[in-house]
Design a protein around this ligand. Structure first.
Ligand SMILES: NC(=O)c1ccc[n+]([C@@H]2O[C@H](COP(=O)([O-])OP(=O)(O)OC[C@H]3O[C@@H](n4cnc5c(N)ncnc54)[C@H](OP(=O)(O)O)[C@@H]3O)[C@@H](O)[C@H]2O)c1
Length: 280
């Protein structure tokens, strides 16, 4: 149930067309905070890890979620089935974010199927670690193609529908190492710093259409990406995390839900750090 005075997400443009989608006198207090009913969301790399948690969290708030994958079709279908079993709405869309033509076709198809796209969580990413002297151009290019070009290509394709609807939420997945740096992560950290610049530019470019662009910067989160760490490495790491633990994918998903929500409509170009206090 909507709180009295609260504008339903889909009514926003009709109710307050001249005010950049920002309805005055919102009542954001109540059990319906951060609801996403009526919203269509795409999570790239939604088949596993942080992306999977984002899919489940967005769907729990009422969004229809499109689960993207590149290789893990069965896993992506599993995420959609889990969401449906919990009473939510989801489907899957497989495309490689590093292939811009596939991105355009995949997102075009999503818009055709659902009529629009309101929320993009540009989460798909890879890590290839190694000391600078051993860094291969080929690895640098792979990282750039997926983490940077892929995220920007998805934002570009998704933004067409958002601009038409005069409402949108784009969230880029950065990393604590994009701001702090880390031994053996020159290339990966560079890609994670690059998306900060992209998001901030999009934030400025699209603000007049009520399309926000923000960044979530996770610390060390327990997923397939970090499972290669030894128990000793994890122990060392946890020592520099004031909250005394590694993060869960759900910690990051909660930040994404907030940035995707109506309530975050006055937040754009910002970095939300989900790192247990490791970098403040
Ligand atoms: N885990 C961490 O500690 C951490 C910290 C900071 C930032 N991050 C960032 O958070 C994001 C998710 O990380 P994670 O730990 O959840 O990783 P993960 O468990 O390795 O999952 C990666 C996801 O990205 C998808 N993916 C990879 N390349 C793709 C491509 N070219 N096109 C489409 N999808 C692609 C994978 O799909 P398939 O299943 O089809 O392979 C999978 O769903 C990444 O951007 C990562 O850099 C992670």
């Amino acid at each position: 149930m909507a709180s009295p005075g609260r504008t339903a997400p889909n009514a926003l443009v009709e109710v307050n067309p001249g005010a950049r989608g920002v309805a005055s006198a919102h009542d954001y207090v109540g059990e319906d905070m951060f609801r996403l009913d009526g919203r269509i969301a795409l999570v790239t790399g939604g088949s596993r890890g942080i992306g999977r948690a984002c899919c489940e969290a967005l769907a729990a708030q009422g969004a229809t979620v499109v689960v993207n994958y590149v290789k893990g079709e069965a896993a992506a279908r599993g995420v959609a089935e889990t969401i449906a079993a919990a009473g939510g709405k989801a489907d899957v869309s497989g495309f490689d974010v590093a292939d811009s033509a596939a991105v355009d076709a995949g997102i075009g198809e999503i818009v055709k199927r659902h009529g629009k796209l309101d929320i993009l969580i540009a989460n798909a990413g890879i890590s290839i670690d190694g000391l600078l002297l051993r860094l291969k151009d080929e690895d640098l290019e792979k990282l750039w193609a997926t983490n940077v070009r892929g995220s920007i290509a998805c934002a570009r394709a998704a933004s067409r529908s958002m601009m038409r609807g005069r409402w949108g939420r784009i969230v880029f997945m950065s990393s604590v190492v994009g701001e702090m740096g880390n031994v053996g992560q020159t290339a990966y950290a560079a890609t994670k710093a690059a998306v900060l610049g992209a998001a901030r530019s999009i934030a400025r470019e699209y603000a007049s259409r009520s399309v926000t662009a923000n960044i979530v910067a996770p610390g060390y989160i327990d997923t397939d990406m970090t499972e290669g760490m030894t128990p000793e490495q994890k122990e060392q790491l946890v020592k520099i995390v004031p909250l005394g633990r590694t993060g869960a994918a759900s910690d990051v998903a909660a930040a994404c839900v907030y940035l995707a929500s109506e309530e975050a409509g006055y937040v754009t170009g910002q970095v939300l750090r989900v790192n247990g206090g490791m970098h403040v």
